[in-house]
Design a protein. Structure first.
Lengths: 100, 151, 519
């Protein structure tokens, strides 16, 4: 087995961007909020790790998670339900409230 | 023949987003558009690469700098309002000279997220290479103004 | 300059999306019909220009993707069904009707409508069931599409691949309670697991043992199964709980007799969220050489459980309480020393002969994934739920004459049960149609009887009636909690203003001094 190569900074940031974009795509309010929260927390938590092997594994796992997230955000758009009572119906309004 | 297809695709893309922002008044149709929008986007993605070739040389910047500035500042304000980070949340004064890291206290992950919000606002995709270099509000505004796709 | 910088990996996964598959198939027809589309650019429906050329997607164009949920009608129908079936005294149902009609106008104001917000209620009934985690669904879909082999087929690779996945799931389920995968039996849910234990263990030992111990606050399925054993000649001791909801360990120890075969005490109560002292109970049972069963439907994955540390011999698990699919659960059965029990079902001898019948791989795999997620996210989930729970409790108890039911210290934070004095619980629920809540277990909420659990805690009927359970889970958001606190405060105030009792309390009249006339 070859030594693990740590992902570059740009690769990690690009992956993070994909997580945020796909999480944002969820039509279901609770799932959207959860995956945004989860993505933020896990990337922040792992941002101090230096070990190449660990980083490489985390990166690989995150890529697998991302593929599931992509599939599920599509499904969430296929089966949509009425908006929740805490959820603005207007997408433009949603934008403001959705950040953090 | 091929050219026609790509032009059609790119024009319909623009129209699609306009229809969305102009707000189809009824709830149902709006939701419908939102749902369909995401589907059509994923359908169009493979084509977007070649589409660029035809539209880039014809389209000139459509947005003026003042409008872009106003909208970028709005996005940042909305972004910082909802932030859990106290330095970010406290920000009220945002102008072209504002630096993401130094003035807004955003780390690299926060910046990525802010740029996603900007991308959504202007319906563009900022390439990673460019995004890496954007360090201030002014640079972001300049990039958007120079981007023919922004609307 | 590329507009879309997808890595090959991402492209690959996006090709699994049905929409893009469809578009690929329709490309040739796009070429031939593209000219027709151009004159129609004014049509705002043109966003589907590509899709419109495909017959398959064309149909979809005219169909709304939204699944509408008519909560108003559902609520009305439920209420009608209830009042029709009500066996309770007339006065009660008429009170509800009255409050319902008189409240409707005022409540409409409280009910957010046409305010730019949606209409679907906030889900706060996590003890009844939890939403399926999208990652669980992602795992299950594999089995509903490609991996359809029977896990018990051992002559071909379809069987082998499914078998492997099932065993992986078993590992994940076992890991969460420190058990060995071989000790996990898949069942249809916690109700079956509980029945299997209470009936199976006592039937196996019926020649020498004749006694079962359980508590008054157990779930209905344990109580009913125990009652069924009385008919088979067993004696059952139902232990009392104190006002905190906890059992007395001394009482338990005294209740154990030489012919006791089983002690069954639930880990986390489904109505009040109280955690029983499992480790202490396990020690007593070990000392007295009695099997210890715990119904962990509400506890599994949510509090730390270790079958070896806590000396648990049998443990029931439910999948749909941990964001997994409904219709599946598990039972931990200790192997060393071996716990013997008689199976409920006779058949092909699957699951160590304890639960015959073909396993359902989509459910098993979903359950396994849900268990793995509970394991991986234990810390972050717990922190999130604790934070929201503390906020909710603080917000609700800030109201006058409210109190938290059950122990404040030995509690799972995701279950908050609060009594609102001088308000009828059911009418409060009716007034809270924008929040999905329950006054207790889903099994008993069909009747208007007060909760037997709160009764066991020594709460009087009135207070038991005015109790509401709030469930917080992985997908609950802070915004929802804020909304609930605000809504409850407003509606409780509103209903109290309708109540003559509340008026008297405000005037300083001691309600106990009043002589009520019967009717």
């Amino acid at each position: 087995m070859t030594a693990a190569i740590a992902p570059t900074r740009r690769q990690v940031l690009s992956l993070y961007k994909q997580f945020i974009k796909n999480a944002n795509q969820f039509n279901n309010f609770n799932f959207r909020e959860y995956f945004l929260r989860k993505s933020r927390a896990s990337f922040k938590q792992n941002s101090t790790i230096q070990d190449a092997e660990k980083l490489s594994k985390l990166y690989q796992d995150a890529k697998n998670d991302l593929s599931a997230l992509k599939r599920q955000s599509v499904i969430s758009q296929m089966y949509t339900f009425d908006k929740l009572v805490v959820e603005p119906v207007d997408k433009e309004e949603r934008k403001d409230i959705n950040k953090h | 023949m091929l050219r026609t297809i790509f032009c059609t695709a790119s024009r319909s893309n623009v129209i699609m987003t306009k229809a969305r922002t102009r707000a189809a008044s009824t709830l149902v149709s709006r939701r419908f558009i939102m749902a369909m929008n995401s589907n059509t986007q994923s359908i169009m993605r493979p084509m977007a690469v070649s589409m660029r070739f035809y539209s880039a040389d014809t389209a000139a910047p459509k947005l003026n700098k003042d409008e872009v500035t106003r909208r970028v500042v709005d996005v940042i304000k909305a972004f910082s309002k909802g932030s859990t980070n106290p330095t970010v949340a406290g920000t009220t004064d945002v102008n072209a000279d504002t630096l993401f890291h130094k003035d807004l206290g955003l780390d690299s992950l926060d910046t990525v997220e802010l740029l996603v919000a900007v991308e959504e606002e202007f319906d563009i995709e900022i390439p990673d290479k460019v995004a890496d270099e954007l360090k201030s509000v002014g640079e972001t505004i300049d990039y958007i103004v120079s981007n023919a796709d922004a609307n | 300059m590329l507009r879309y910088t997808a890595t090959p990996f991402l492209r690959l996964s996006s090709s699994s999306c049905a929409a893009s598959l469809a578009s690929r198939r329709t490309l040739p027809s796009l070429v031939s019909r593209s000219n027709i589309i151009i004159p129609n650019t004014k049509n705002k429906r043109l966003y589907s220009a590509v899709a419109a050329t495909s017959p398959a997607v064309k149909v979809a164009k005219d169909i709304s993707l939204e699944t509408h949920t008519d909560t108003q009608r559902a609520a009305k129908e439920t209420q009608e069904a209830r009042s029709a079936a009500a066996t309770t005294p007339l006065s009660k149902s008429s009170i509800i009707d009255e409050i319902d009609t008189s409240g409707t106008t005022a409540l409409n104001a409280a009910y957010q409508e046409n305010t730019g917000f949606g209409t679907r209620p906030i889900y706060m009934d996590m003890q009844a069931t939890t939403p399926t985690d999208p990652r669980v669904l992602d795992t299950m879909l594999k089995f509903l599409t490609g991996l359809y082999g029977n896990p018990h087929s051992n002559t071909h690779s379809y069987g082998w691949e499914t078998h492997k996945e099932v065993e992986d799931a078993r590992d994940h389920v076992a890991k969460l309670i420190g058990a060995n995968a071989k000790e996990i039996i898949f069942t249809s849910g916690a109700t079956e697991s509980n029945n299997m234990v209470i009936k199976g263990v006592s039937r196996f030992y019926k020649n020498t043992k004749k006694h079962i111990i359980t508590t008054r606050t157990e779930h209905k399925c344990v109580l009913e199964a125990a009652r069924a054993m009385i008919n088979e000649g067993f004696e059952v001791t139902f232990l009392n709980v104190d006002e905190q909801g906890l059992i007395n360990l001394k009482e338990l120890e005294d209740a154990i007799r030489p012919d006791t075969c089983l002690v069954s005490v639930m880990a986390v109560n489904n109505e009040i969220g109280v955690i029983q002292p499992l480790k202490e109970i396990g020690n007593i049972c070990k000392k007295k050489k009695v099997y210890f069963h715990t119904d962990a439907a509400q506890a599994y994955g949510k509090i730390k459980l270790d079958v070896n540390d806590m000396n648990i011999d049998l443990l029931s698990i439910s999948s749909h309480k941990i964001y997994g699919p409904m219709g599946i659960g598990g039972l931990y059965v200790r192997r060393r020393p071996r716990v013997r029990l008689e199976p409920l079902l006779s058949g092909g001898g699957q699951e160590r002969g304890l639960r015959s019948g073909t396993l359902a791989p989509p459910l098993v795999a979903g359950f396994g994934r849900a268990a793995k997620l509970m394991y991986d996210e234990f810390e972050s989930d717990h922190e999130h739920i604790k934070r929201l729970s503390d906020k909710l409790v603080k917000g609700l108890l800030a109201l006058d004459h409210t109190n938290l039911n059950g122990s404040a210290d030995h509690r799972y934070p995701g279950c908050v049960n609060v009594s609102f004095a001088y308000v009828e619980g059911e009418s409060l629920l009716m007034a809270l149609r924008d929040i999905a809540l329950s006054s207790g277990s889903a099994c008993t909420s069909a009747s208007l009887e007060p909760s037997y659990v709160l009764h066991a805690l020594g709460r009087d009927d009135v207070l038991a009636h005015s109790s509401i359970r709030f469930g917080i889970g992985r997908f609950t958001t802070e915004k929802e909690v804020d909304y609930v606190i605000k809504a409850i405060s407003e509606r409780v105030q509103f209903l109290r203003n309708l109540s003559p009792l509340w008026e008297m309390v405000q005037e300083g009249i001691d309600l106990d001094s009043i002589e009520w006339s019967g009717h």
